[in-house]
Design a protein around this ligand. Structure first.
Ligand code: ADP
Ligand code: MG
Length: 249
């Protein structure tokens, strides 16, 4: 197995505030990992930094993806290299339908209109999105509808590294089953595909097999371990014990 992502001593600022503080993490191609941690610990900031959101400034350290230093690449180039992030709170866009955006992404990737339409149909069947395809993007969508639509948009980009920010938060059991099946189907189609999944509850792990789980506290990885053990520990004891493992990450 070859290293896919190597994050070395990463520090990230938003404005004048340091959010990520010397974070180290590496993962191999084909691995799926979970990222847990208390609210405000920097989990979303970390994924936004990996995708190249310009609001998050790398002040030290570097990010290697597939052996390439992407630390200062624009977002569009990172997406071309194979990173993709499903936003937790995507912007609502009037005048652009879900179908239009989905098909445009595929046409940009070189698919014909017919191929793009067929792939969109396939994912909208899996995620039960057919009735939403011609509605304005995220305008008036329920929480579950946003999660399913945003996941489709992300999967259509066919990322090597799929990044999901709380796909299991605020969704009912039926939506969770749809989202979980779509993610695990996507990852199992190609053994080289990888994912980083932020979760508070660990519910997504019922559908998607992760090899490792990490806990982030105060902008650093403080614990790592077997996903089932770590999630059940946190559900039972909160993050208290994670503070004791500082340095393990
Ligand atoms: P988590 O996802 O672990 O809950 P976040 O990464 O969202 O944590 O936030 C970590 C800290 O960074 C919080 O204090 C939050 O207010 C701050 N932060 C994150 N993004 C921004 C932003 N765009 N502007 C200002 N502060 C931000
Ligand atoms: Mg978050």
């Amino acid at each position: 197995m070859k290293s896919l992502l190597q994050v070395e001593d990463l520090s990230v600022d938003v404005g004048d505030t340091r959010i990520i503080r010397g974070l180290n993490l590496s993962m191999d191609r084909g691995e799926t990992i979970l990222l847990l941690g208390p609210n405000g610990s920097g989990k979303s900031t970390f994924l936004h930094t990996l995708i190249g959101d310009p609001r998050y400034r790398v002040s030290s350290g570097r990010i290697l993806f597939d052996g390439v230093d992407i630390s200062s690449l624009p977002m569009v180039d990172r997406v071309k290299l194979g990173l993709s992030l499903s936003f937790q709170f995507p912007p609502k866009i009037r005048g652009v339908t879900l179908r239009f955006l989905a098909e445009k992404i595929l046409e940009k990737k070189g698919l014909t209109r017919g191929e793009a339409a067929r792939l969109v149909e396939k994912y909208s069947r899996i995620l039960k999105l057919d009735y939403l395809l011609d509605k304005d993007l995220y305008v008036g969508y329920s929480g579950g509808e946003i999660k399913r639509s945003e996941l489709m948009i992300t999967l259509l980009q066919a990322p090597k590294l799929l990044m999901l920010d709380e796909p299991d938060s605020g969704v009912d059991v039926e939506n969770l089953a749809l989202v979980g099946a779509a993610i695990s189907g996507y990852l199992s189609e190609d053994s080289g595909r990888s994912a980083i999944i932020i979760t508070h509850t660990g519910y997504i792990a019922r559908y998607v097999k992760a090899v490792k789980a990490y806990v982030m506290v105060n902008g650093r990885i403080v614990c790592r371990g077997d996903p089932d053990t770590l999630v059940s520990n946190i559900v039972e004891h909160g993050f208290e014990r994670c503070f004791e493992c500082e340095g393990m990450g």
